[in-house]
Design a protein around this ligand. Structure first.
Ligand code: SAM
Length: 282
């Protein structure tokens, strides 16, 4: 029996049985595996780290797309950095008010292989006419943006290892702040604080330098093991993360789509952080 062992941490790892291996090879940027597991469905890993599984991806993608977009309430132009499997794009496309989506992914092969082996992730979203797909390093893209401005920026990156490292840098947050509209919101994949508390501290320090209101919200995604994962949040206005449940419910009803994890109540509650995380960021 073949087993995938995730070795993200020195002394703790998680293992998934590989019931069928679809693909394993090095792309131009990273080692990519896609395999089937009887419980999790299809699983993609990059550089030995779990990126997404068919079974639980809805939790992560709903929370990372709908919290900023429903909090904003009027986003027209959205920037996705990373997100090569296409599920973040799928969730952003559910918002009829969004008119333009720029997705900047460094690794073309992640997109191509996800389309082939993880078709339910993008579910046709790559064909959405609102999409402008850019194959580039996200840091280079945001640095090169001149007049372009966005209402919401979602950094759906790998962990700060290899090509993803630059997406956790002070420079990256500064450039994202520059191209975000004054009433805009940025969210970032920010790891599992029980194991990666330094990532929370680092993001607080670096992102906090460039956004007047910087904090985190959280959700537990089973295959990002170790309890809750945090999402970095940055905006100029604390009111953007204090939108009442009733308002969120009205916006969700108006958008006209259903969810499997996100609710307006969970949205509001997700900004309540455990004491050990609060202590790390204060
Ligand atoms: N949900 C996953 C997680 O939380 O770890 C991340 C999903 S997605 C697969 C991460 C994407 O970030 C990958 O497609 C990877 O190629 C992309 N990526 C990594 N570094 C990047 C960079 N510097 N610029 C743009 N995309 C990058």
């Amino acid at each position: 029996m073949k087993v995938f062992e995730e070795t993200l941490y020195d002394s703790v790892s998680q293992c998934f049985r590989i019931d069928k291996l679809y693909y394993e090879s090095k792309t131009e940027h990273q080692h990519l595996m896609i395999f089937h597991n009887a419980f999790l469905g299809r699983v993609m890993t990059l550089d030995g780290i779990v990126q997404t599984t068919e079974r639980d991806e809805f939790i992560y993608h709903e929370m990372m797309a709908h919290v900023p977009l429903l909090a904003h309430g009027g986003a027209r132009e959205v920037l996705i950095i990373g997100g090569g499997d296409g599920a973040m794009l799928r969730e952003v496309c559910r918002h009829p008010g969004v008119e333009r989506i720029v997705m900047v992914e460094i690794d073309r092969q992640v997109i191509e292989l996800a389309k082939e082996y993880l078709p339910n992730h993008s579910a046709g979203a790559f064909e959405d006419p609102r999409l402008e797909l850019v194959i580039s390093d996200g840091m280079a893209f945001v640095k090169a943006c001149e007049a372009e401005r966005f209402d919401v920026i979602i950094s759906d990156s790998t962990d700060p290892i290899g090509p993803g490292e630059v997406l956790f840098s002070d420079d990256f947050y500064r450039e994202c702040r520059r191209i975000l509209r004054p009433d805009g919101v940025m969210t970032t994949q920010n790891g599992v604080p029980f194991f990666q508390l330094d990532e929370v501290r680092d993001t607080r320090e670096r992102m906090g330098r460039h956004f007047r209101d910087q904090t985190f919200y959280a959700a537990a995604v089973p295959t990002y093991h170790g309890g809750i994962m945090t999402f970095g949040w940055g905006s100029n206005d604390p009111a953007l993360r204090q939108v009442p449940v009733e308002t969120l419910a009205g916006r969700l009803a108006e958008a006209g789509f259903t969810t499997r994890y996100y609710t307006p109540e969970i949205h509001v509650a997700s900004f309540a952080l455990p004491r050990y995380v609060l202590d790390a960021i204060q």
